[in-house]
Design a protein around this ligand. Sequence first.
Ligand code: ADP
Ligand code: MG
Length: 402
Amino acid sequence: MSKLSVRDLTLSGKRVLLRVDFNVPTEDRNGVTHITDDTRIRESLPTLELLRSAGAKVILMAHFGRPKGTVNLKYTLRPVAEHLAKLISAPVGFSPEVVGAVPAELISKMANGDVLLLENVRFHAEEEANDSTFAKALASLGDIFVNDAFGAAHRAHASTAGIAQHLPQAAMGLLMERELQYLHGELSKPASPFLVILGGSKVSDKIGVIKALMEKANTFLIGGAMAYTFYRALGIPTGKSRVEADKIALAQEILELAKRKGVQFLLPVDNLETQEISATAQPRPTGLLSAGKGISEDWEAVDIGPETIQRYRTEIATAKTILWNGPLGIFELPPFASGTRAIAEAVASSHAVTIIGGGDSVTAVKQFGLGDKMSFCSTGGGASLELLEGKVLPGVAALSER
Ligand code: ADP
Ligand code: MG
């Protein structure tokens, strides 16, 4: 990785503007905001602690929710400052204003190792517009920019990209560095066999990823609703399963591309189908696909079947690199989660480098308690997909070269 890392910097006494992803899920209980999952805050702690112990003054920038460019205290970051203080067992200052005299005054009083969180950068419309005057005002509060907000790196905003132009050093934080190491570094020359497991709801969301990875992967294992658009391309009946009717030709094109490139492109050979989408449904196995026989009329495929699980396990066991994006069934409902769970278990126990990218896939893996068994679980949904598509992320491009 040619980008400057926070590990390369001289930090003592420096005012470091650290962009983090604190966009956590919250819940209102009697007018008090409670953070229901603080994973994102915890994930920023290694960089934060590195900066503090090196004697930097840490000024945190983050967005929260969608206040649409105006001050809306429903989206204040103040509760996050309080929560962070508990996590690091140290005071965390809070600036109710993002730029100007108020934060400047608070920052002038900071000692080395102190932490201050600025109010929601999205209270200013200039943030998402990547306005250069606003980016400059943010930059004037510090000496160095560090970006650890991988989940926001696919957006060119003032606090993720624009700010870098106004400071001499712009470095990646530890979380950002790990994301790039796995989703970019490991996958640029993957140990083969390189296996890609793809599922999720739509082919259309994943076309860019399929095309980019077709150049490198040896095998694709397909599941989730996207499988049934491929079925239609092959003339296999899909019953009431979710199909993207306008993507059937494209599915056909992908199947042909795989054949031409000698890439193994496996679709489920059996499925679970149901007439009712609910937590108490009892789906039935379709049995093996055969000529003209697929998903039953009036039934919907909601998970991969036992024979598919068996075949996919065999592929997983021999792979050296595994990338997984997209659940293989409607895993949110327990009766339809068994395929996703079985594949998660197989991936977890493989000896390959295992990388999980995508919001729902990571949720599924963690829900099964297997997050720690993977080499890496990405924290960015949209950002990880764009990186896998081979796109340059503006938040990464803006960083200084090493
Ligand atoms: P990720 O966030 O990991 O990229 P996606 O957002 O593409 O994954 O897809 C996740 C969604 O796909 C889940 O909400 C899941 O319920 C849905 N899904 C998976 N299989 C099916 C299916 N057979 N029918 C309908 N929806 C499905
Ligand atoms: Mg998703």
